[in-house]
Design a protein around this ligand. Sequence first.
Ligand code: UD1
Length: 424
Amino acid sequence: MDKFVVHGPCRLSGKVNISGAKNAALAILPATLLVDGSCHIENVPDISDIRAYLEILESLGSKITKISNNEYIIDNSNISSAIASYELTSKFRASYYLLGALIGKFNDVQISLPGGCNLGARPIDQHIKAFEKLGASVEVLRGNVYAKRTTTLKGTSIFFDVVSVGATINAILAATLSDGVTTIENPAKEPHIVDVANFLNSAGAKIKGAGTDIIKITGVNSLKQVSSYSVIPDQIEAGTFMVAATATKGDITINNCIPKHMEPITAKLVEAGAIVEEFETSIRVKMDSVPNPINVKTMPYPGFPTDMQPQISTLATIANGTSVIIENIWESRFQYTDELAKMGADISAHASTAIIKGVKSLYGSPVKCHDLRAGASMIIAGLIADGTTEVYEIQHILRGYENIVDKFTALGAKIEFVPDNSQK
Ligand code: UD1
């Protein structure tokens, strides 16, 4: 099994450049399906989830030209199929955006139910409700979702019962080429929702209010080519480095980020004792004391992101007191706490709450990644710990962090990728 080996403890210092946002890029790629003509997209993160999505688009008939590892021209003028293969789509969550994009353009669509990180049940009732309100019929059968329509989708009002990032983006995608006006109430407001709307607007869509309490979409007949669109920086990658700086008593400048998007994370790190300086497109995080305990409740944006919960919990393991972490979005997002316990953390998690009593230090141990963000927290734990930490199942980390070993190494970490040679 491939692994990362981390030698701790270390103090991180220096500068790191943040890549494009995974969650924005994974919605913008399917959004290109709505565009007549090519889309030139920059600042696309070079991660395995993106490579998998490009493969799905190619299987549907997209012509993809790779300009560099972070830049693509995608031409969807000749899409030949609205049926996405089970093998390709069942592996990750963001494949469900194909539904919204394809039903906006085609009459018959089929994809498999979403996979992705194992964080608990992944209902899509709100997505289905939005498609049905717009006039599509939707059926879920044997692991596949079938969406059909007989005429152009019709503008409508959609009220979401729960705040859902995926359903909000899917409703935007489906309504973009509809007839009339659609309003979405109780939408999610995450930065990547605004980015998808901005991308679609750059192609001629009429979407207003993304990032606020009501989104209004006036349907247009077609979208035109996009000569250049740059994906926003990754809020969670930036947050991961901010926590790593704080946990290692380091001093890092995080370049190419949007400080406004970082506010919920910044606020908690300041409570923990970090000194955070904000600039226009960068943030400096400095820490020179043992962290204070922190209480965190994950919430939809602008609340504290669920995708930062494992990292902030890892920081709490070495705080000078007891922290309480409440997970409100996903039902099984504390599986990684068993791994931290192997490293000496005093942590007990039941249902949606983890109680973490700070210890003086962690020690190195073999650990495994349960999911993407839990994987990042294993690296942070390895950086704090005394001794060597072997991190297994790193395919989860590679789904969402570009060049993570190089980035941490440049900050002074002793971390290496060790390939599995047992197959040779
Ligand atoms: C969620 C997170 C997102 C994170 C991603 C991966 C929120 C609001 N969303 O996005 O920040 O990047 O996980 O960790 O923080 N739900 C339903 N019915 C639906 C859709 C969702 O009940 O049709 C529920 C889910 O079970 C979950 C909550 O709504 O409890 C939020 O889900 P949603 O935002 O859709 O999930 P993702 O888009 O995967």
